[in-house]
Design a protein around this ligand. Structure first.
Ligand SMILES: C[S@@+](CC[C@H](N)C(=O)[O-])C[C@H]1O[C@@H](n2cnc3c(N)ncnc32)[C@H](O)[C@@H]1O
Length: 273
């Protein structure tokens, strides 16, 4: 499927990030390969929330280099990961082979993935840092619902739209700078760096969209899913704002006086009837 200018630019940016992330201590590919019991920090957090995945057909949307996807495989799921970055999918296949963890990986743009993968799954999973790359949350929800078998479970943990609306360059106050709601026009950024550096990308320009929590919930309900849970969190796995500090559990929190002011992440559960 031909990509529009925004998603082409985003894909070029993600393609560039893959070799940087492969060598990054954040993804710790060597550690994941060396220890067959190792899970990504994300899946270690999500596993008790999502429940038993063993024997389930699990689809991971926007799977990047497949570390989370393969972590679900280590917990017994039969996994498929999709992502529009061919280098990311190649890296995921390499990680699967090197670690001896079985997984299937498919190159597909999110909105085009039902055409590339006409199958149903018991669980559809999406991890942090995915929805902000998508222009249309209602069409996304239709994709999610279409992939679920009857009775199937969708689980997502995402950065909270309130977090994405904050000025991450302000080091003390919580300043709302970006739209909370989905907008037709994307938020444009020119950042050659990446969260799992060091290293810089050639294609620095990216286009992102925020999606309000109500928009996400309504889109999933309108796509035919039943929301069965929604939790908001005061913590992150990364330093999302300069004033955050890291706890002994490795997670990042706002200073005490700001901690109850804004949610930073959410988890949402939904079932296809
Ligand atoms: C932050 S990563 C996902 C992170 C995942 N939690 C991890 O750390 O491995 C976002 C992923 O979304 C993918 N992506 C962005 N826009 C996409 C689109 N329109 N279709 C499919 N994949 C997309 C990127 O290639 C990237 O691998």
């Amino acid at each position: 499927m031909p990509l529009d200018e925004h998603r082409r630019a985003n894909r070029d940016n993600w393609d560039d990030r893959v070799p940087i992330h492969w060598d990054s201590p954040v993804y710790d590919v060597a550690g994941f390969v060396a220890d067959p019991a190792r899970l990504s920090e994300e899946v270690a957090f999500d596993a008790p929330l999502l429940g038993d995945v063993s024997g389930k057909r699990l689809l991971h949307l926007q799977c990047h280099m497949g570390r989370d996807t393969l972590s679900w495989a280590r917990l017994g799921a039969e996994v498929t990961g999709v992502d529009f970055s061919a280098p990311a999918i190649a890296a995921a296949r390499r990680l699967s082979a090197a670690s001896g963890t079985p997984g299937r990986f498919v190159v597909a743009e999110l909105y085009d993935s039902p055409r590339m993968l006409p199958e149903a799954f018991d669980i559809v999973y999406t991890g942090v840092g995915a929805l902000n790359w998508l222009p249309d949350i209602r069409r996304w929800a239709e994709v999610v619902a279409g992939f679920l078998a009857p009775g199937g479970l969708f689980y997502i943990r995402e950065g909270h739209p309130m977090l994405w609306s904050l000025d991450w360059r302000d080091d003390a106050a919580l300043v709302v700078r970006y739209p909370y709601f989905e907008t037709a026009e994307p938020i444009v950024d020119d950042d050659p760096g990446t969260y799992a550096g060091p290293g810089t990308v050639t294609h620095a320009r990216t286009y992102e969209w925020n999606h309000g929590l109500g928009e996400v919930v309504t889109a999933l309900v309108d796509a035919g899913l039943q929301i069965t849970g929604l939790r908001e969190f005061r913590e992150l796995e990364w330093q999302g704002l300069p004033q955050m500090t890291q706890g002994e559990d490795g997670r990042w929190r706002l200073p005490q006086e700001q901690r109850d002011l804004v949610p930073l992440m959410y988890s949402l559960w939904a079932r296809r009837p």
